[in-house]
Design a protein around this ligand. Structure first.
Ligand code: SF4
Ligand code: MG
Length: 314
C-alpha cells in the first residue's frame, strides 16, 4: 500500500507551480532535463514508494507521474499495463537485482534487446561501451556477478539502467550498501555521467551528506509528505523546516550514522497512523498546539523554495 496518497510528478516538464501543492498528502515534484534531484528522508517515509511511482513501477491512488507531460505508466484494471523505458530505476541492493547465473554482458544486453533498442548485431560493442561508461573494463562482460566487488556491482546496476538509454534514472539508495571510500568512487562516476550524458536523476537516499554532493535541488520527505524543497545550496545554507535542520546538524556526526539514523530526537512514527496536524509535531522542538491540530500548507518562501511549516523559524 502506498504511503503516498496523492502524487504529482513531472519529469523533464516545466517545474510545478508551487500553488499546485495543496491537496491532502499531495506530493508535487519536478525534475528538469539533466538535473539531479535528491530525495531525502528516514526509512519508511515513502521515498522508495515515490521513486517507484516516478519509474512507473506502481501507479498512485491519485495523481500521476508524467514525462514530458505524458504518463510514465498506464494502468488497466488496476495493473501497470505499459510503461516508458525512458525512466529507469537502479535498485538498493545491486547484487539482488543481478541473476547469478547470467554473465554480466548478458544482463546488460537483456533489457535493450528485449525492447528493440539495440540491433542484435551491435550487442557486444554496445555492452563494451556501456561498461566503459561506468568505469568498468569491457572484458568484464564475460564474468559472473559473484566475481565482482560491491562497488563494481553497483556500477553494473547503473550500466543496466544506462543501456536502456534513459532520460531519467531513479536511484534508490544505490550507494547505501557500500563502504564510504567506494561510495565516493561511485559518486564520482555518477557526477561524470551526469556531465557527459545529460540524464536527469532522482537520487533517493537517507544520507543527506551523499545527496549534498550530487543534487541541484533537494526534496526532504517526512511520513509521506515533502516538507521542504528547493535548490540544494539554499536548503543546506538556511534550512527552513525543523526536520531539515535536524538532518543537516546530524551530517558530520559519523558515529551517530554508524548506529543508525536518528538525527532528530524521537522515533519515526508509523506511516500507517501518522500524527495529527503536522506529522512532525511529536519530534519538533518548536511544536505548539496549532501544530497538533492543523496540517501546514506548503508555501513558497523564496524563488523555487517550498516549506511545509506553520512558522517562519529563521
Ligand atoms: Fe514544527 Fe509546527 Fe512547523 Fe510542524 S508546523 S515543523 S510541528 S513548528
Ligand atoms: Mg527505501
Amino acid at each position: 500500500r502506498a504511503t503516498v496518497e496523492e502524487c504529482l510528478l513531472s519529469l523533464l516538464g516545466r517545474p510545478m507551480p508551487p500553488r499546485s501543492v495543496h491537496a491532502v498528502d499531495q506530493v508535487s515534484l519536478s525534475i528538469g532535463e539533466g538535473e539531479v534531484v535528491g530525495l531525502v528522508g528516514e526509512s519508511g517515509c515513502g521515498k522508495s514508494t515515490l521513486g517507484r511511482i516516478a519509474a512507473g513501477l506502481i501507479v498512485p491512488d491519485g495523481g500521476s507521474a508524467l514525462l514530458d507531460g505524458r504518463p510514465v505508466a498506464e494502468l488497466r484494471s488496476g495493473r501497470v499495463e505499459k510503461r516508458t523505458t525512458a525512466v529507469q530505476m537502479v535498485f538498493q541492493d545491486p547484487f539482488a537485482s543481478l541473476n547469478p547465473r547470467m554473465k554480466v554482458g548478458e544482463a546488460i544486453a537483456e533489457g535493450p534487446l528485449a525492447h528493440g533498442l539495440w540491433p542484435a548485431a551491435e550487442r557486444s560493442e554496445r555492452v563494451a561501451a556501456t561498461l566503459a561508461d561506468v568505469g568498468l573494463d569491457p572484458s568484464y562482460a564475460a564474468r559472473f556477478p559473484h566475481q565482482f566487488s560491491g562497488g563494481q556491482r553497483a556500477r553494473i546496476g547503473i550500466a543496466r539502467a544506462l543501456a536502456m538509454n534513459p532520460r531519467v534514472v531513479v536511484a534508490d539508495e544505490a550507494l547505501a550498501a557500500l563502504d564510504v571510500s567506494i561510495q565516493a568512487q561511485v559518486l564520482n562516476t555518477f557526477m561524470d555521467l551526469r556531465a557527459r550524458r545529460g540524464i536527469a536523476w532522482l537520487f533517493i537516499s537517507h544520507d543527506l551528506g551523499v545527496v549534498g554532493h550530487l543534487a541541484d535541488r533537494v526534496a526532504i520527505m517526512y511520513l509521506g509528505r515533502i516538507v521542504e524543497f528547493g535548490p540544494a545550496e539554499a536548503v543546506f545554507a538556511a534550512p527552513a523546516h525543523p526536520y531539515t535542520r535536524g538532518l543537516i546538524e546530524a551530517v558530520p556526526r559519523l558515529e551517530r550514522r554508524r548506529f543508525g539514523f536518528h538525527p532528530v530526537r524521537g522515533e519515526i512514527p508509523s506511516p500507517l497512523s501518522p500524527p495529527s496536524g503536522c506529522h512532525f509535531h511529536p519530534r519538533c522542538p518548536h511544536a505548539v498546539r496549532r501544530c497538533r491540530e492543523e496540517k501546514p500548507t506548503p508555501r513558497q518562501i523564496d524563488t523555487g523554495r517550498m516549506v511545509a511549516c506553520h512558522f517562519d523559524l529563521a
